[in-house]
Design a protein around this ligand. Structure first.
Ligand code: HEM
Length: 410
């Protein structure tokens, strides 16, 4: 059974506030000490979900529908005394490249996505990820601060560094307009609820060393900054061609030309409606299979080749659950914005395929024609990666232990 925090069921809706925390294991701590700290953290989070805060004995506070998810990155598997080796899929497809020490550098061989020039260290490739989602900013902020309090107390009580430390955290929020910072609709086409489990759940393998993974999933995380000034300098009809959807209505496109602009799927939006999310537009949400050569290069067409069956990794379908962000910067315009890209899949190979294969997103930064990456100003660096990581998300433990306890022989 999947952990909480993956909103893949029918009518499941993620909370409005998101925070991911990257934990680094202390190399001086033994594996038993690490497992002990994770068990205690899990207990702490179970209490927070009930509105119980350690420093407020006897008091209950609003819990904000907090969910907590644990994931493990390749780094943790460098320990030689774990109960199982790194899962093969994580070993083969679970590592992003490091950022260049001077900043920037490609995310993966074959991908047009790069680290931002101001990023010289990827802080998201640590041993562990903890994802907090809640219905209030406070719920996720509190979970983060209570984590720090616990680590601080542990260090004071033992007189040495706690078994894990906080390497980085990032925040995000849900939008209620169904759109993204680039103004286009997002999340319109994102697997029907009945298709999601087949896409995300790790299937039983013949390898007994991997049996503990069954029913878990892999979480991909990329914090991606969007160059909004560059995007706004592209005329709307060109933006539509690059995304593959009409800007105002969200209707999927079938063709585009310099003379006539973009043409949406016939009948969309339904007469009397204006947007894809309105009633009677349900049949138009999926992107069409038959499109012209220009639209076949768009972001949505590159990211989904309509291959069946979906539970076969070669379909490369993924379940996206992103949260946007806005943060202050010292440089003009004083802010940076973008997407906390989160996807769940039964193997990291799915995402790797989308990001690196030439007819998929491949050499493009976001989408559109590959030569457009150079001819459309700003297009080759529209998106820039701030951090990225891939994590095994083990299934929930039926006895209430922390997810992944089996890895530590518990
Ligand atoms: C900041 C970065 C990104 C932005 C602003 C963005 C925006 C969008 C938009 C506007 C859509 C169309 C709405 C929809 O069909 O749901 C979309 C669809 C999609 N995007 Fe992205 N995207 C970003 C990064 C990525 C990346 C890195 C991937 C890599 C896997 C990706 C994969 C997808 C997929 C699979 C779809 C659905 C295609 C379909 O089935 O129709 N996106 N994105």
């Amino acid at each position: 059974m999947q952990q909480d925090g993956i909103y893949f069921g029918p009518k499941d809706k993620p909370g409005t506030a998101f925070c991911v925390l990257f934990l680094q294991a202390n190399s001086d701590s033994s594996t038993a000490e690490l497992a002990g700290a994770l068990a205690q953290l899990w207990q702490l989070y179970e209490k927070l979900k009930q509105g119980l805060v350690p420093d407020l004995a006897g008091i209950t506070v609003p819990a904000g529908e907090l969910t907590v998810l644990f994931g493990y990155g390749l780094n943790v598997f460098k320990r030689t005394d774990l109960a199982f080796p790194a899962p093969r899929a994580l070993r083969d497809y679970g590592a992003f490249r490091s950022a260049n020490t001077a900043g920037g550098g490609p995310l993966l061989p074959g991908s047009g996505l790069s680290y931002a020039p101001y990023i010289s260290k990827n802080k998201c490739s640590e041993d562990m990820v903890v994802q907090f989602i809640g219905n209030s900013e406070l719920a996720v902020n509190r979970a983060l601060v209570e984590t720090w309090k616990f680590l601080e107390d542990t260090a004071r009580e033992t007189g040495r560094a706690a078994p894990v430390s906080i390497a980085a955290f990032f925040k995000g929020f849900q939008r209620d307009d169904g759109r993204s910072w680039i103004d286009f609709h997002d999340g319109v086409s994102n697997l029907k609820s009945e298709e999601r489990e087949g896409v995300i759940s790790i299937k039983p393998s013949n390898d007994p060393q991997e049996a503990w993974l069954d029913g878990g999933t892999y979480m991909a995380y990329m914090r991606i900054a969007v160059d909004i000034a560059a995007w706004r300098s592209i005329i709307p009809s060109k933006q539509e061609e690059i995304v593959g959807r009409a800007k105002l209505s969200g209707c999927p496109l079938v063709s585009a030309s310099d003379l006539g602009g973009a043409v949406a799927v016939a009948g969309c939006p339904f007469t009397g409606t204006t947007q894809i999310g309105d009633l009677n537009n349900e049949n138009f949400r999926e992107t069409p299979v038959q499109v012209d050569a220009r639209i076949s290069q768009s972001h949505v067409q590159r990211a989904n080749h309509h291959q069946q069956p979906l539970d076969d990794p070669s379909s490369a379908r993924i379940y996206r659950q992103g949260f946007e962000f806005l943060e202050a910067t010292e440089q003009a315009p004083g802010f940076r914005l973008g997407l906390n890209f989160v996807s769940f899949q039964d193997t990291p190979q799915r995402l790797n395929r989308i990001l690196t294969q030439p007819s998929w997103l491949g050499g493009t930064n976001f989408g559109g024609a590959e030569n457009g990456q150079n001819t459309v100003p700003g297009m080759s660096s529209l998106l820039a990666v701030i951090g990225a990581g891939m994590f095994l998300v083990p299934p929930r433990e039926s006895d209430g232990s922390f997810p992944g306890a089996k890895l530590f022989g518990r």
